[in-house]
Design a protein around this ligand. Structure first.
Ligand code: ATP
Ligand code: BTN
Length: 246
């Protein structure tokens, strides 16, 4: 069963709310909000979070084995999101390493994993998921990159938000328990089956510089595998890396 599931009308950020309450909450506590006044993406970037028809959801999951055991967690959550979409009949989206769900090259959903606690002792992950179900028109200009929603993907009526939210809560509840036991290895094949970067020419931007390489899936820890122009197969696992299709 599910632990706590709390629904707010407005909040700064569902992930900030869980982070504030880590000491007092049970495992698998969920917070959903109708809107967010300070929704966050990675690296402090904003996540546009108007009220209406989108989903802003975060879940707290504790892990006894520490951060060391959590490589690939955001990729596994991507697989859980793809499963939840499949359950409501949506099969076109794919995953862009490390943390985006795209449909037709536009961002449909984002995943933000934030960790606190110990490297090899008890720790907590606050996992935030934003899914666009029906975007207001003006959001497209404000996003700074192509974005899309489930309404556009289905070309008509999007799935009901409550129905999708309950599918996602169920997938996260089960999937996070599986991840706790088996790690990313239990999700790797399904990740690669939904990997939009596989076989694509990519521009990798990391602290050492910029280069072009071809996506070759991910390894058992969730690091991106790419083949460089000189033929060498390298893995890219820094959170400081940006990947663009070139
Ligand atoms: P990277 O690949 O480096 O992570 P990114 O563009 O995916 O780059 P993130 O920090 O993961 O960056 O996501 C934040 C970005 O998502 C914002 O800068 C904005 O462009 C975009 N964004 C903000 N709100 C939404 C939304 N509701 N739907 C889709 N995209 C959004
Ligand atoms: C990204 O693509 O950068 C991740 C975006 C994550 C957005 C979700 S919305 C629910 C939760 N609360 C936040 O403030 N962010 C995440």
């Amino acid at each position: 069963g599910v632990g706590m599931l709390e629904v707010h009308w407005e909040i700064d950020s569902t992930s900030s709310e869980l982070a504030r309450r880590i000491p007092v909450l049970d495992d698998l506590a969920f917070v959903i909000s109708e809107s967010q006044s300070a929704g966050r993406g990675r690296r402090g970037r904003p996540w546009l979070s108007p009220p209406g028809m989108n989903l802003y959801l975060s879940v707290l999951k504790r892990f006894d084995a520490g951060f060391a055991s959590l490589s690939g967690l955001s990729l596994a959550v991507g697989v859980m999101l793809i499963r939840a979409m499949g359950e409501v009949g949506i099969r076109t989206p794919g995953l862009k390493w490390p943390n985006d769900v795209l449909a037709g090259n536009a961002k449909l959903a984002g995943i933000l994993v934030e960790l606190s606690g110990e490297y090899s002792g008890p720790c907590a992950a606050v996992i935030g998921v934003g899914v666009n179900i029906r975007l207001p028109d003006d959001l497209h200009e404000r996003a700074g990159q192509p974005i899309t929603d489930l309404a556009s993907v289905t070309g008509g009526e999007p799935p009901g938000r409550n129905r999708f939210a309950s599918a996602l809560v169920a997938e996260l509840t089960e999937g996070l328990r599986t991840f706790e036991r088996h790690g990313f290895a239990a999700f790797a094949d399904e990740y690669v089956a939904n990997d939009l970067l596989r076989g694509e020419s990519l521009r990798i931007i990391d602290p050492r510089g910029e280069y072009i390489a071809v996506g070759e899936g991910v390894d058992e820890r969730g690091a991106l595998r790419v083949r460089r122009a000189d033929g060498e197969l390298v893995t890219v696992d820094s959170a400081e890396v940006s990947v663009r299709r070139s």
